[in-house]
Design a binder for this molecule. Structure first.
Ligand code: CP
Length: 310
């Protein structure tokens, strides 16, 4: 499946569809490397950024992507909009369209919010993270980053460590990497890495960190969300660090040279030792940079290449 009218989930893309986005993102990265990183490809278009949750990377990389393509971006922060007066998501999307938006980028705490907004079919909807469901542009930038590092994807092993159950990043990235022929291993506390997550995501589940890391080419650490610890689903930060925290010794013993990914923001000293971020194997800043090129590609493909809705 190629990119259609919307990007709500990785289910919207097959391997060829992902490859098309990555190849377009390579062209966008070339534009971003120019002394003046601007093209008029989307001049006259307006993208509305509807963020019902906090974001640094996703929101600002979409803004930069709009600028680089010559589009206008308008930001709606839910906390200072008519959402606080009770305006529904559907009416907010209708209002964005009435204001002249050509596409909506939506981050929302409810799983399925992007799909709901897309059912209106008023304008293309790009999911910027919905609840614990999906974060497709994060997955695409992760795959883009790894393809650039290795020059290939098929045959690599990715180990994802953390709270898989509540991570939209883990769900989307596992699906995307598996679809591209990467062997995916999921690791973390059994309370948040259930056995059924493996088959659902095309992955293998392994709760033992050393075993899960063995032979990995790429390791992705996930942010440990404090609210999960409050609900007793996760051990304390100290216990988590002792059993599933990444450090130089553990990586060197099981997968020396493995590339390190993290979607951010990082809890330094919990899911990973801070010094790991300063090593050449760390690709965290590359992921952030890739986010601009990948989001340019998605905007361009939806709005200019005719994939977009009404
Ligand atoms: N990775 C990610 O979604 O980061 P932000 O929450 O800062 O956008």
């Amino acid at each position: 499946m190629a990119l259609g009218a919307h990007l709500c989930d990785l289910d919207d893309l097959d391997a060829q569809g992902i490859t098309d986005v990555l190849d377009t993102a390579e062209s966008m990265a070339e534009i971003l490397a120019r002394p003046i990183p601007r093209v008029p490809a989307l001049r006259g278009r307006t993208v509305m950024l509807l963020f019902y949750e906090a974001s640094t990377r996703t929101r600002h990389s979409f803004e930069l992507a709009c600028k680089a393509l010559g589009a206008d971006s308008l930001s709606l922060a839910a906390a200072t909009s008519s959402v606080v007066k009770g305006e529904s998501l559907i009416d907010t999307v209708r209002t964005a369209r009435a204001l002249g938006a050509d596409a909506v980028v939506l981050r929302h705490p409810a799983s399925g919010a992007a799909r709901l907004a897309a059912t209106l079919n008023l304008l293309p909807v790009i999911n910027a993270g919905d609840g614990i469901h999906a974060h497709p542009t994060q997955a695409l930038l992760d795959v883009f980053t790894v393809r650039r590092r290795f020059g290939r994807l098929a045959g690599l092993q990715l180990t994802i460590v953390g709270d898989i159950l509540h991570s939209r990043v883990a769900r989307s990235s596992a699906l995307a990497f598996a679809r591209m022929g990467v062997k995916v291993v999921l690791c973390g506390p059994p309370t948040v890495v259930p056995p059924e997550a493996g088959p659902a995501l095309g992955a293998r589940v392994c709760h033992d960190l050393t075993e899960a890391l063995r032979g990995a080419d790429v390791v992705m650490a996930l942010r440990i969300q404090k609210e999960r610890q409050d609900r007793g689903l996760l051990p304390s930060a100290a216990e988590y660090r002792a059993l599933w925290g990444l450090d130089a010794g553990r990586l060197a013993a099981a997968c020396p040279g493995a590339v390190l990914l993290h979607p951010g923001p990082v809890n330094r000293g919990v899911e990973l030792a801070p010094e790991l971020l300063d090593r050449p194997e760390a690709a965290v800043d590359s992921q952030v940079r890739a986010g601009v090129a990948v989001r340019m590609a998605v905007l361009y493909m939806l709005l200019e290449q005719g994939a977009g809705a009404a």
